[in-house]
Every structure is written in C-alpha cells, then in structure tokens.
Design a protein around this ligand. Structure first.
Ligand SMILES: CC(C)(COP(=O)(O)OP(=O)(O)OC[C@H]1O[C@@H](n2cnc3c(N)ncnc32)[C@H](O)[C@@H]1OP(=O)(O)O)[C@@H](O)C(=O)NCCC(=O)NCCS
Length: 215
C-alpha cells in the first residue's frame, strides 16, 4: 500500500536524540503547530523573522502556518528544496527546525531556521535541535557548509549558533517590518567546527536521499 511518506519522504523522516525528536509534520501536526504559535513565539515588540508572520492577527496564524508549509512542499525539487520538521520533546510538540537550499547537488550548503513556542524557550532545546539537524545534514546528507542568520538584536539565536560552532560571517542591513531596517548577522558552520550533542538516530533516510538526487 502506498503512503504519503512514500510520495513525500520528509513525512517519513525521523531524527531522534534522546527525548528530542525531529520529524515531518502531518496536516494535523500543522494545526497543532499553528496553535502553539498562537500562544506566542516572541514578545510583540520584537521581530526575529525576515517575513513578519507573527505580526498577523492571532486567529489567522494557524492557516498561515499551514499555507507556509504546504507552499514549501509544493515547490520541492532537487534544484530547490527544504526540510521543515516539527520538534517534539518527550512527545510534546514544541516548535520547528528548518533547512532550505538551492542547487544542493553542486553547492552542498543551505540555511537553517528555527523557532520554539515561547514557553519552551531558554531550556537548551534550541541548541539540541540545531545540533541534531546539523549532525544530520553533515553525516547523512553530505553537506559541506551550513549557514544561518539572525538580526543583531536576537541574542538567543546568535548564542545558539555560536554554541553549535557557527562563526560570524558579516553584518548587513536588512528590511524587517514595513519601514524598518535592522542589522543582520550571517553565520557559517563547517563540519569540523560542529559542536556535537548526544548522538542522533535517523530513520527514513534513503527515500529522502533519492528524491533530492543524492543516490
Ligand atoms: C532562538 C531560539 C530557537 C533558541 O532556542 P532556545 O531553546 O531558547 O535556546 P537555548 O536555551 O538552547 O540557548 C539560548 C542561549 O541564548 C542565551 N541568551 C538568551 N537571551 C540572551 C540575552 N538577552 N543575552 C545574551 N544571551 C542570551 C542563553 O543564555 C542561552 O545560552 P547559554 O546556554 O550559553 O546560557 C528560541 O529562543 C526562539 O524560538 N526564539 C524566537 C524565534 C527566533 O528568534 N527564531 C530564530 C530566528 S533567527
């Protein structure tokens, strides 16, 4: 019998590190992720995201969340793809860890991005999930570089990047909200610099490698 995970391998991918699990989000998981985001991701006066999706009226956040994930899936191809995984700790959905890339077969690089529900922040989960994703990309998807970026007024995100081993790669000015500009720090991680967490276990790898053209 065919399952959607056979068609879209992100949905069969599972990366575990102890009590932490990263895996593809079902449509019902997307509804739960939207509800988590509705409860808050950051104080309203801050804006950590390039696209200010958390500024939307609260009642519109779950649909916007689902549409974002469906849009990324709709555009999936070996030339441009992303992994947008849910993050669970002890079985509770706490946030999302992503990776996006273009021309991966040539470039072997891409950008990580992540968020946690506000009630789950500041307890080391952000560091664990980024370490797990980076170990997965280097060890199982043959990446040679991973980039990230954060506005300079986002110390938690920058601290996580540094703890994982990323090094600073330049400051630029970026548009944030309408009529707002903010300084932005680019970061870069190479395999030898990765500060690893506990070992990860991966299931569902081979179909993903095939669909992105690695095998
Ligand atoms: C960024 C984010 C994913 C990090 O996850 P987290 O679980 O909160 O991070 P951790 O607890 O693993 O680590 C946070 C680190 O930031 C540090 N930190 C937090 N606030 C800080 C501040 N104001 N100044 C200096 N350091 C700070 C913490 O001390 C900690 O470092 P330490 O363990 O060395 O003490 C999470 O905070 C989040 O979702 N924020 C809102 C969305 C967001 O900013 N996404 C990233 C967009 S680029």
């Amino acid at each position: 019998m065919s399952a959607i995970a056979d068609v879209y391998p992100e949905l069969g991918l599972r990366i575990t590190e102890g009590s932490l699990e990263l895996r593809g989000l079902t449509d019902d998981d997307l509804a739960a992720l939207g509800a988590l985001a509705q409860r808050g991701v950051h104080p309203p006066e801050e804006m950590p995201f390039y696209h200010p999706w958390t500024d939307a009226p609260t009642e519109q956040i779950p649909l916007g969340m689902a549409q974002y994930h469906w849009g990324r899936r709709a555009g999936f191809s070996p030339a441009a793809w992303s992994l947008d995984l849910g993050v669970w700790v002890d079985g509770e959905l706490v946030g999302s860890q992503g990776f996006g890339t273009t021309d991966y077969l040539v470039m072997r690089t891409g950008e990580t991005g992540s968020w946690l529900g506000i009630e789950h922040q500041g307890r080391g989960i952000g560091t664990r999930m980024r370490r797990a994703m980076c170990a997965f990309l280097f060890d199982h998807l043959d990446a040679v570089e991973i980039t990230s970026g954060a506005f300079c007024d986002n110390p938690a995100s920058i601290a996580v990047s540094h703890k994982v081993g990323y090094v600073d790669n330049g400051i630029t000015r970026k548009k944030r909200r309408e009529n707002e500009v903010a300084e932005h720090l680019s970061l870069r991680l190479t395999p030898d610099a990765l500060v690893r967490g506990d070992p990860i276990e991966v299931t569902g790898l081979e179909p993903l490698r095939r669909v992105i053209g690695l095998d």
